[in-house]
Design a protein around this ligand. Structure first.
Ligand code: CA
Length: 236
C-alpha cells in the first residue's frame, strides 16, 4: 500500500464545480489543488508532481485541449477531461488530444471517483507495462496489431475497428494466451469498476470483433472464450 497521498489537480473555471470536486476528492483521501484558468492549470500541471489531472475544456486564457497537448509534451500524467456536452465528447474521441479519459457533465461523483481510481492505477505499475507493450507490432497468426498506427490487419487487410474495439484487441494481443474475466476487461479497457460498468458490454464487443476477424464467428480461432474465466487471444 502506498501511504503517500496521491495528488490531483483540478482545472475548472466554474468555482462551484471546482469546490465541489475538491471537497469530494479530499474526502476520498487524495490531496487536491484547484486552479481556475488554463494558464495556471498548465503551470501547476508542469510543476506540481500530480498523479492525475481533471481538466475542463472551456477555460479562460487557454482551453483544455491546449493545456493537454502542452502537458503531453513532457508528462504522461493521467488526464481526465470534464466535458460539458456531447459534441465535446465527440471531439475528444475524434482528436488525438492525449487525454486518457473523459466524463460528461453533469456526472456522479461515484462514477468520477471510479474513473480517477482506475486511471491512477493504470498509470502506475503493471498496467503501464502492458499498455506500452501494446504499442509494438504484434503478429498472431494472420492477425497483426500495429500499435504505432492503431491498426489491426488480417492477411494485410485492414480491419475497421472503433477505438475501444482496437484497445480491446491490442490489450489481449499484448497479453496473448492469457485469459481475462469480463470484469477485468471492463476495468482495463473501459476503466470502469464493475459496479458502474455492464459486463455485457464486453460480450457485445467480443461478438462484434469476432464478426470482423474470424472466418467463422461461431467457431473462433483468435478471440477465444475460456469457459468460466473470460476471453483471450489464442497463440498461433
Ligand atoms: Ca468551463
Amino acid at each position: 500500500m502506498d501511504s503517500v497521498k496521491k495528488k490531483i489537480l483540478v482545472v475548472e473555471d466554474e468555482k462551484k464545480i471546482a469546490l465541489m470536486l475538491a471537497y469530494n476528492i479530499k474526502k476520498e483521501g487524495y490531496e487536491c489543488t484547484t486552479v481556475y484558468d488554463g494558464e495556471s492549470g498548465l503551470t501547476e500541471a508542469l510543476g506540481g508532481g500530480y498523479d492525475l489531472i481533471l481538466l475542463d475544456i472551456m477555460l479562460p486564457r487557454m482551453n483544455g485541449y491546449e493545456v493537454c497537448e502542452k502537458v503531453r509534451l513532457v508528462s504522461q500524467v493521467p488526464i481526465i477531461f470534464l466535458t460539458a456536452k456531447e459534441e465535446e465528447k465527440d471531439k475528444i474521441l475524434g482528436l488525438d488530444t492525449g487525454a486518457d479519459d473523459y466524463v460528461t457533465k453533469p456526472f456522479s461523483f461515484g462514477e468520477l471517483m471510479s474513473r480517477i481510481r482506475a486511471n491512477i492505477r493504470r498509470s502506475s505499475g503493471e498496467v503501464v507495462a502492458e499498455k506500452k507493450a501494446a504499442l509494438d507490432i504484434i503478429q498472431i497468426g494472420e492477425l497483426k496489431v500495429d500499435g504505432d498506427h492503431y491498426l489491426v490487419t488480417k492477411n494485410d487487410e485492414p480491419i475497421e475497428l472503433s477505438k475501444k474495439d482496437y484497445d480491446f484487441i491490442a490489450f489481449l494481443a499484448a497479453n496473448v494466451g492469457k485469459a481475462y474475466s469480463r470484469e477485468a476487461l471492463l476495468e482495463e479497457i473501459w476503466g470502469y469498476d464493475d459496479y458502474y460498468g455492464d459486463i455485457r458490454t464486453v460480450d457485445v464487443t467480443v461478438c462484434r470483433i469476432r464478426n470482423k476477424i474470424e472466418k467463422d464467428p461461431a467457431k473462433p480461432e483468435y478471440l477465444m472464450t475460456k469457459r468460466g474465466v473470460g476471453y483471450y487471444l489464442a497463440k498461433h
